[in-house]
Design a protein around this ligand. Structure first.
Ligand SMILES: Cc1nn(C)c(C)c1CC(=O)Nc1ccccn1
Length: 330
């Protein structure tokens, strides 16, 4: 089997991408944020306090004839940026891009933090990290990918995210039409539960490539690219008027500044992020001060190749044994 689903940016800065899914019988449609940086599939639901719902679509298990409460199980997750959610668990049919997991654990939110409430277009997350990270207790649950993997033509899913346009998540196949040149595969360390890999170095604009092993995670659920401070300060030294703002929590610069591109290595391959992707967004709508799409990972604790990096490439998440990750230009 194979599947293919759209990944729509929720706003003009591609802060997140949403993918339509259906849950239960009759099917209830929600739009979820595919997140390779976590492994919980959770949704706004009929169990979410109305005061915490601000335009999101909800899943009502009591309206699904195939929903079954997973008795005595709860979940609670806190993301690196401090956002959080928690709740109970139902088992139901879950379909993405024409692919159905019959008995998918659908985690219903009974509490979401303010930043999730503010994100009106995001009805929940589909965690596609390794199932070891799943927070359901007392028995942890499998991700959608792990539930459908054995039935896929190939045990893979791919991300083709775009800047300001709809991209796709494909399951079970690698679409040659979506990339140029070759895909370079590198090992993944599944132990932390993330798609962790080593980048081979970086270059700023047309500068020389600096070889250095940078361990990071490929995280579709994080907007920006977070790298070591030394790399980030070297980058913004080339940006007129850039400063590291404590007020805004990162590097900002005049929106009119011209920015260099940023290239990262994957083994001997090179992925170049166009400068436009690094001019991420005005700090507040209409401001002439812009926030950078490349920020330091020192406050994060881990290097994160988020959407700013991912949308410059075609990425293969290979769930075979051993797992690997493939990067191609497009
Ligand atoms: C932005 C950020 N800061 N720090 C410290 C980390 C670890 C992140 C990444 C992050 O939290 N991603 C996220 C947030 C919500 C849902 C899914 N993924």
């Amino acid at each position: 089997a194979t599947g293919s689903a759209a990944a729509e940016p929720i706003d003009e800065s591609d802060q997140a991408y949403i993918t339509p899914v259906t849950i239960g019988t009759p099917p209830q449609t929600l739009e979820l944020d595919v997140d390779t940086g976590s492994s919980d599939l959770w949704v706004f639901s009929s169990h979410t306090p109305p005061s915490q719902i601000h335009g999101q679509q909800i899943y009502s298990p009591n309206k699904s004839s195939t929903a079954k409460l997973l008795e005595g199980h709860t979940w609670s997750i806190t993301y690196g940026d401090g956002s959080a959610s928690r709740g109970n668990v139902y088992i139901d049919n879950f379909t993405v891009g024409g692919l159905t997991a019959e008995k998918q654990a659908v985690q219903c939110a009974q509490q979401v933090s303010a930043s999730f409430t503010r994100e009106t277009h995001v009805d929940g997350l589909i965690g596609l990290g390794f199932s070891t990270l799943n927070t359901v207790s007392p028995k942890s649950q499998l991700t959608f990918f792990d539930n459908v993997k054995s039935g896929l033509d190939s045990p893979v899913f791919t991300a083709d995210l775009k800047h300001g346009a709809a991209g796709t998540y494909d399951f079970g196949f690698v679409d040659k039409a979506k990339y140029s040149g070759e895909i370079t595969y590198v090992p993944v360390n599944p132990d932390p539960g993330y798609w962790a890999f080593n980048s081979s170095g970086y270059a700023i604009g047309s500068g020389k490539f600096s070889a250095s092993a940078i361990t990071g995670i490929a995280d579709t659920g994080t907007s920006l690219l977070y790298l070591p401070t030394a790399i980030v300060t070297a980058y913004y030294r080339q940006v007129e008027g850039a400063t590291n703002s404590r007020t805004y929590g990162g590097y900002v610069f005049p929106c009119s500044s011209s920015l260099p591109s940023f290239t990262f290595g994957v083994a001997d391959a090179r992925i170049t992020i166009p400068s436009a992707y690094i001019n991420y967004a005005p700090i507040t709508p209409g401001s002439s001060t812009c926030f950078g799409g490349l920020q330091s990972s020192s406050g994060v604790g881990i290097n994160i190749f988020g959407d700013v990096a991912l949308k410059a490439a075609f990425v293969v998440f290979n769930g075979g044994s051993p797992p690997t990750i493939g990067w191609a230009q497009k």
